[in-house]
Design a protein around this ligand. Sequence first.
Ligand code: NAI
Length: 299
Amino acid sequence: MLVAIVTGAGNGLGKAYALQLSKLGAKVVVNDTGGNRHGVGQETGAADAVVKEICSLRGKDFAVPSYSSVEHGDSIVKTAMDAYGRVDIVVNNAGILRDVTLKNMTEEDWNLVMKVHLNGTMSVTKAAWPIMREQNYGRIINVSSASGLYGNVGQANYAAAKMGIAGFSLTAAKEGGRNNIKVNVIAPLAMSRMTETIPSTADVIARLQPEYVAPLVGYLAHEDCAVNGHIYEVGAGWVSRVRWQRSNGIVFPKDGMTIDTIAAKLDVIENFDTDATYPTSLFDSLSACEAALADEKSN
Ligand code: NAI
């Protein structure tokens, strides 16, 4: 029997993930503070309603609520350990918005979003980590966003947190791999109270439902999951992998790198059509420098 923690599972996407995982047989800790989409307020009803739904579908001990904020990962993991004695799956999904342009953003807007998304993801992961290492098994799904991967006006705080979650996850995947802990990232798209103000056509809205995202979470949480450290975009039934692409670039000769030579060679620096690569590690950067210098010497 597998045990899953889904944060922010009282609404929207998190609720769909909790239901999906329970359908696959997992017992679920349904975590939610029950605040509004700006992170204001607190109530137990959101988590309780999802617990009730899972228990009525699966059986009475198939879900338990946790009302802690994700900033307190220890408390959420303790709920899982007290109820079920293990943690196999963590879906770091909880989120809030404080959308505002950089010009008008307050430190509070920044800190609140960072605290829930980035610190929360770290806190729950860190609390589950020793348990997963000990049992040599873990599946962690972290939630990023196209806003973070590509940038979005009015969301510098949210985008920074979401890109941070991607970087955090790529590192956790490298560290966890040897203990069979797989950490992957999704950037979902679905209508929820978080996205209700985004304009779209009726057709698209009809398909942009959490149920078209949840199966990917089910796959990444599965014991047969074949991937680690991958980032996926997913929405409306569309699933796609995102990766870095790097141009082959150029090596300037010693003393030849100036503002003018960079401007003159910008088209080469930015050329992805010839010999572009897909780096996956820091060492890929180091070896690219080494290869470029070796090339220079041999010429
Ligand atoms: P939602 O607002 O419906 O659900 C988020 C849930 O997180 C809420 O139930 C809320 O009470 C809970 N929550 C907020 N702060 C919390 C905290 N400190 N501790 C525990 N729970 C907390 O939003 P939605 O759309 O379902 O989003 C889920 C995740 O997916 C978020 O991380 C969001 O950033 C991400 N996302 C959603 C997209 C979409 O299209 N809906 C797009 C890209 C990313």
